[in-house]
Design a protein around this ligand. Sequence first.
Ligand code: GDP
Ligand code: GDP
Ligand code: MG
Length: 384
Amino acid sequence: MGLFSKIKEMFKKDSEEVVLEEDNESLEETLEDNETLEVEEVEEEHKKEVVLEKEKVKKENPKIIKKEDKEKTTLEKEVKRYEKGLSKSREGFVSKLVSLTNRYSKVNDEFFDELEEILIMADIGVNTVMSFIDRLRKRVSKEGITDTSELKEIIVDELFIIYVNDQVLSSKINYNTNGPTVILFVGVNGVGKTTTIGKLAYKMKNEGKKVLLVGADTFRAGAYLQLKEWAEKIDVGFYGKEEGSDPASVVFDGLKKAKDDEYDVVLIDTAGRLQNKVNLMKELEKINKVIDGFIEGGANETLLILDATTGQNGISQAKAFKEITNITGIVLTKLDGTAKGGIVLAIKEEVGLPVKYIGLGEGKDDLSVFDIEKYIYGLFKDMM
Ligand code: GDP
Ligand code: GDP
Ligand code: MG
């Protein structure tokens, strides 16, 4: 069974059922003694009692059940979010793939040419696509594949392999074990930095963390007010100053507040003006020096925000930012707004940085931890 089939099985199987089975298992364990005692009793009577007993156990362990319920609904919700957020890509490039394999029943050069074009159009990146097609051709000749229908699953598997190959890229946030965790957000204007900070703060707050937002984008008028609005909306802490203030000094005051008021996480918004690389580099250096004064080694994470709808331009931004500062991960926003969800694979191949979160909408709930399996499922679930 191919990788994709496994993924599909994992999510398609009603996740409710899976958890319910586990529920029953643990309940059955608890009930085992009763059951063996009652083996000789009338079957019907016995069943009734088991049902009653199960209800009793459930009542007595509301916490356990609740936690399982919560985990179940979280997974379901997450899978749904991916499915919904990737629907444009599914209707875009994935439906082209389906139509291609329908139009060509036999694998030939024209088939590969068209496949190549579809993948390049999906923002997967020219180099990635070339080596992908190369590998696919080799596999086809080695395994003696002649029908395109046999190729569908292999295509998805190979795309998956592009991402997980070589290194395991962790989407985990590197939390500070001693003092507040500081996360710096960089990226050009309009990619979704401020919105992402709001969404991530909401997520972290729901995990029980005390979160402070720091508005160090002092370049654009009103930038700090937009962040302040988010802080008020989701009820987390805020520190910021009006435009024209020195961003490093805002960071200094913000971190001081974080320490004094014992915040767990500090999310810092910055102005990422790539037009003036030297300035930006100096500004980020200065900010990092300030952070370094509070936390050894500087920011725990520097997340680069990229707008998925900008395609290859986003890849160029990533390369430029990598030269300017030490980026630890990518947040890919607006995946809901593009039909070319392949950019995730291009980032991995061409930039070599892990995608840690993806934005699948504008609301406070629309940020997901990036998970390659859910992503592949969300894209290709209708293909086979
Ligand atoms: P910044 O300039 O980098 O801080 O970008 P903003 O946070 O101000 O976002 C710019 C625009 O993109 C806003 O209209 C956001 O609502 C929108 N946006 C951000 N993330 C997403 C996303 O994941 N999906 C969609 N559809 N829109 C987003
Ligand atoms: P440009 O012409 O749009 O590239 O802007 P300049 O680089 O000439 O900068 C105009 C003013 O804004 C100067 O006073 C700079 O010190 C200040 N400035 C430039 N870049 C930034 C930035 O990223 N953040 C902040 N806070 N100020 C900046
Ligand atoms: Mg902003």
